[in-house]
Design a protein. Structure first.
Length: 420
């Protein structure tokens, strides 16, 4: 869960939204005990009383009980002092307040609760260019409400493509480009996505070892657990909906969907701009535990040995050994998705047992290459050249909820708070 903070003058943390990521973010921080108090904005009335919220916090269908998660299955409940009048309770000794009035970030009133740091987990406010007074609400509303720093638990989405990324906004993945955060300049920080986090830690060791010029192309498919935006049973689509698959039952179907991981990856690893890349997503009916299947085409040296399975596994093995944070794990065990659910801190678990490579010759007809004469400076007749090419298939597991994404976002949040 990370080291605890010894400073008695600890900051308060705000969490906006209380769905899957919001709830598990609370779990993370009541275990970590870095922040002195946590204020959760739900933005609406819930159940019949505060005890109903405590019931929701205490139990989870994926990760079990909160006390079991924090202290082991023999531990007793860790929620106490539920105060209906004040809207507060103690969770693992940490005071947690719940707000149920305002959904618009600028109306929450973080300053009234001495909250300077907010994690927005709603997935609703992702355009960093929108002003705080935007009628539908905006991420900047948190700043007007009293916060100094806001972490979004999803990639930024700028609706007007003509507008550049604001100077005070940045996208980071811990262990990849975490140092791109400038505490003097950045106020809005995207923690990217669970898939981008895993993918970045799969790509970075290969880029560092081989260089982007040796990777001709890349593609990935994420076999992803369900999310809260999907439907339990088939339903009619909303007006204007174009993807009819999103309204089909997650319990009964494998559902093709999209992912923005490729675009977000370029923000955290600029070298990816040099590589043709395709990213796809498939949703499957499990609660958590996802998998990236990464396919890469390498250009081999004409005189050297081919890139082999053992070489790629050694790259990951050494990268994992040198990763002091434990974000990258390499294993040659035979895992299934349930084995990695809840695994702490790991951005990705490389399944080395299933790494595969195949080397062949790529035949190129020079006469069919546009503009080659302007490059070589002489007329070129048709002719076949052969170039050694290795295709590699690499598998990376990630717990798309608590184990990977939320724990790493907790690290992002505390490192930002260090400068406040």
């Amino acid at each position: 869960m990370g080291k605890q903070h010894a400073n008695e003058n600890r900051l308060n943390l705000g969490i906006n939204g209380f769905g899957r990521i919001g709830k598990l973010t609370l779990w993370h921080h009541v275990g970590r005990k870095y922040f002195g108090e946590i204020v959760v904005n739900i933005g609406r009335q819930v159940g019949t009383c505060l005890s109903d919220i405590a019931h929701y916090v205490e139990r989870d269908s994926t990760y079990g009980s909160l006390h079991g998660f924090l202290l082991g299955q023999n531990a007793g409940p860790v929620i106490s002092d539920v105060n209906e009048e004040k809207g507060t309770m103690l969770i693992n000794g940490v005071k947690v307040s719940f707000l149920m009035t305002s959904r618009n970030p600028r109306e929450i009133g973080w300053g009234d609760h001495d909250v300077r740091m907010v994690v927005d987990t709603t997935g609703k406010f992702l355009d960093p260019t929108l002003p705080s007074e935007h009628p539908g609400g905006s991420l900047r509303g948190h700043l007007e409400s009293g916060a100094e720093k806001v972490v979004a638990s999803a990639p930024f989405k700028i609706k007007d493509k003509r507008i550049p990324m604001p100077d005070d906004a940045v996208t980071t993945v811990m262990g990849i480009n975490g140092n791109h955060y400038d505490p003097r300049r950045h106020r809005l920080i995207s923690n990217a996505s669970c898939t981008t986090t895993c993918l970045a830690h799969m790509m970075k060791p290969l880029l560092d070892h081989f260089g982007p010029e040796k990777i001709l192309s890349a593609s990935m498919s994420t076999v992803h657990a369900v999310t809260g935006s999907q439907e339990v049973l088939d339903r009619l689509p909303k007006a204007g909906a174009t993807d009819l698959r999103k309204n089909r039952s997650v319990m009964n179907n494998i559902i093709l969907t999209t992912t923005g991981a490729a675009n977000t990856l370029r923000l955290v690893i600029p070298e990816m701009e040099q590589i043709g890349f395709i990213a796809e997503s498939v949703r499957i009916p499990i609660a958590s535990g996802s998998l990236i299947i990464l396919v890469l085409d390498f250009q081999d040296d004409v005189t050297g040995g081919s890139i082999r399975r053992d070489m790629i596994n050694d790259v990951y093995r050494k990268a994992a050994e040198n990763d002091a944070n434990g974000y990258l794990i390499f294993t040659e065990k035979q895992n299934v998705s349930g084995d990695i659910v809840g695994m702490p801190r790991a951005a990705t678990i490389i399944e080395g047992h299933e790494t595969h490579t195949r080397t062949a010759e790529l035949k190129i007809d020079l006469g069919q290459v546009p503009g080659i004469e302007s490059v070589v400076g002489v007329p070129v007749k048709s002719g076949i050249i052969r170039m050694p090419l290795t295709q590699a298939v690499i598998y990376g597991w990630y717990d798309n909820e608590m184990g990977s994404y939320v724990n790493m976002m907790g690290d992002r949040t505390t490192t930002i708070a260090e400068y406040l």
